[in-house]
Design a protein around this ligand. Structure first.
Ligand code: THU
Length: 134
């Protein structure tokens, strides 16, 4: 998998469009995220901040909500942008969100090019840790 089968331009456009819906009056740092699902849908999300700052929802939070609300499934490719449309790395918490819904070969667009989930979140905690026996 080298990412050539993914329409990265479409994902970038969806991430930019999502970013324009951001509610970021406190940080003034709008974020948009978009992902391709296993069945070919594009799901997206924006950050939604809160006056109680710690309750802020990252763009990836609404993206995984959108994934579930539109049929579920797994993520094959992911793209996140800032207000300028520049590629943004998902924060640590959001790497964990993406991990939960990753397709086996999830590709993540990063500032260093396309990376795998294992590269951006090595030795991840995941559903397998909850299985018996321990
Ligand atoms: N943010 C995201 O939406 N996703 C990330 O992965 C990084 C951070 C948002 C949260 C907050 O609204 C703003 O960026 C500044 O931290």
């Amino acid at each position: 998998m080298d990412g050539q089968d993914i329409d990265w331009k479409a994902l970038e456009a969806a991430a930019v469009a999502a970013m324009k819906n951001a509610y970021a009056p406190y940080s003034k740092f709008p974020v948009g995220a978009a992902a391709l699902t296993g069945d070919g849908r594009i799901v997206s999300g924006c950050n939604v901040e809160n006056a109680s700052y710690g309750l802020t929802l990252c763009a990836e939070c609404s993206l995984v909500g959108n994934l579930q609300m539109t049929g579920g499934g797994l993520l094959r490719a992911f793209y996140c942008v800032d207000a300028h449309g520049n590629i943004l790395m998902p924060c640590g918490r959001c790497r964990q969100l993406l991990y939960e819904f990753r397709a086996p070969e999830l590709q993540i667009m990063t500032t260093q090019g396309i990376k795998t989930m294992d590269q951006v979140l090595p030795d991840a905690f995941g559903p397998h840790h909850l299985e018996e026996p321990r």
